[in-house]
Design a protein around this ligand. Structure first.
Ligand SMILES: Cc1cc2nc3c(=O)[nH]c(=O)nc-3n(C[C@H](O)[C@H](O)[C@H](O)COP(=O)(O)OP(=O)(O)OC[C@H]3O[C@@H](n4cnc5c(N)ncnc54)[C@H](O)[C@@H]3O)c2cc1C
Length: 301
C-alpha cells in the first residue's frame, strides 16, 4: 500500500491550511473531511481578512480549490472512523467510511469541536439569530433587542459585559438559576435587566427568534442574542492514541502542534476543545504543518 507522508483529519480552516502548507512542501498527503464543521449552521462568517461575510461552505470550497494545484494532495470526502498505530513500523492506518484504508507516517488531528446547549431549542436558532461569539456576529446584532442566555454566572456576566458594547437593549436570562447579589449589582449598574425564571420555550420562525416564554407563562420580545454552549471533541482519536491531556482537557503540545505522541500533531479548535476563530485555526494548521515538514526533513535528510 502507498505510504503517505501525512494524513490530515478535518477540512476546516485548520486542516485546509495544514494541507496547503504540506502540499506546497511537496509532501504526499490525504485530507479527510465529512462536512460537519460547527459553523455550517451560520449564514455568514466574519472577521477573516479578505473574506468578511463569506458563507462557510464557500470558504471551504475556495480552500479545496486551492489544493487542486498541488498534485501530492488527495482530498477524501469521508468520515475517519478509526486510526490504528502499527507498533512494528510506527505508521498509522486510517479507516474511513468509504471502506478504504490509508497509511501514513504522520497524522494531523484537526477535527474541531461541537457544542451542546442547556436548552435544546437553542439549536433551532443557532447561527441565524442566536450566536456564541460576539466578534463573529455582534456587528449584525448591533442595537437590536437581545437576550444573553447563560446559566453559569461567570458566563452570564462576561457575555453581558461584552455584548453591551453592541447593544444596550439587553436582557440576561439565567434559566432558573439566581444570580448572586454581587452579580446582579454589576448588571444593575448599567441597567441591564435580569430574568432568572426557568425558560419554557423559544419562539420564532425559520431560525429567527421573536419571543422567549418563561414557565410562568410570561413572554418577552427579543429578536436574537448570545448563548454560552459547552464544547466537546466529536472524536476521541487524540485520547485513544495516547496523547496526553492537561487537567482542563487541553491536549498537551509543544505550542506548534506536536503532541506528546511521536508523529501525532494537532491543530485548530480540537487542541484546546475551546472555540476560537477561523483565522486562529488556519494559523494553527499552518504551524502544525510546518512542524510535520520540519520533522520529515530532519528524519530523512
Ligand atoms: C454559528 C457559528 C458562527 C461562527 N462565526 C464565525 C465567524 O464569523 N468568524 C470566525 O472567525 N469564526 C466563526 N465561527 C467559529 C469557526 O467556525 C471556528 O473557529 C472554526 O471553524 C474552527 O476551525 P477548525 O478547523 O478547528 O474546525 P472546524 O471548522 O469545525 O473543522 C473541523 C472539520 O473536521 C471534520 N471532521 C470532524 N470529524 C471528522 C472525521 N471523523 N472524519 C472526517 N472529517 C471530520 C468536520 O467535517 C469539519 O469540517 C463560528 C462558529 C459558529 C458555530
Amino acid at each position: 500500500m502507498n505510504v503517505l507522508d501525512c494524513i490530515v483529519i478535518g477540512g476546516g480552516p485548520a486542516g485546509l491550511s495544514a494541507s496547503l502548507t504540506l502540499g506546497r512542501a511537496r509532501r504526499t498527503i490525504a485530507l479527510f473531511d465529512d462536512k460537519t464543521n460547527r459553523n455550517r449552521v451560520t449564514q455568514e462568517a466574519h472577521g477573516f481578512i479578505t473574506r468578511d461575510g463569506i458563507k462557510p461552505q464557500e470558504l471551504k470550497e475556495l480552500g479545496l480549490k486551492e489544493l487542486v494545484n498541488y498534485p501530492s494532495i488527495t482530498y477524501v470526502q469521508a468520515t475517519v472512523i478509526e486510526i490504528i498505530k502499527n507498533q512494528s513500523n510506527d505508521r498509522f492506518i486510517v479507516k474511513a467510511s468509504n471502506n478504504q484504508e490509508y497509511v501514513a507516517e504522520k497524522i494531523i488531528l484537526a477535527y474541531g469541536i461541537q457544542e451542546e446547549f442547556s436548552l435544546p431549542s437553542i439549536r433551532e436558532f443557532y447561527g441565524k439569530s442566536l450566536f456564541s461569539c460576539p466578534y463573529c456576529d455582534g456587528w449584525e446584532q448591533r442595537d437590536k433587542p437581545l437576550a444573553v442566555i447563560a446559566e453559569k454566572e461567570e458566563h452570564a456576566l462576561h457575555l453581558a459585559q461584552l455584548i453591551y458594547n453592541w447593544s444596550r437593549d439587553l436582557v440576561v436570562l439565567t434559566n432558573g438559576v439566581p444570580l448572586s447579589e454581587e452579580g446582579a449589582a454589576t448588571l444593575q449598574k448599567r441597567k441591564i435587566k435580569v430574568r432568572s425564571e426557568a425558560i419554557k420555550n423559544l419562539i420564532g420562525k425559520d431560525g429567527y427568534l421573536q419571543k422567549i416564554e418563561f414557565v410562568t407563562g410570561e413572554t418577552i420580545i427579543r429578536s436574537g442574542g448570545f448563548v454560552a454552549p459547552s464544547y466537546y471533541r466529536p472524536n476521541q482519536f487524540a485520547e485513544k492514541l495516547g496523547c496526553e491531556l492537561h487537567e482542563n482537557g487541553k491536549v498537551i503540545t509543544d505550542g506548534v502542534g506536536r503532541t506528546t505522541q511521536k508523529n501525532i500533531y494537532i491543530a485548530g479548535e480540537t487542541e484546546k476543545s475551546k472555540p476560537t476563530s477561523l483565522l486562529i485555526s488556519a494559523a494553527k494548521g499552518n504551524k502544525a504543518a510546518v512542524s510535520v515538514n520540519t520533522d520529515l526533513t530532519m528524519e530523512r535528510f
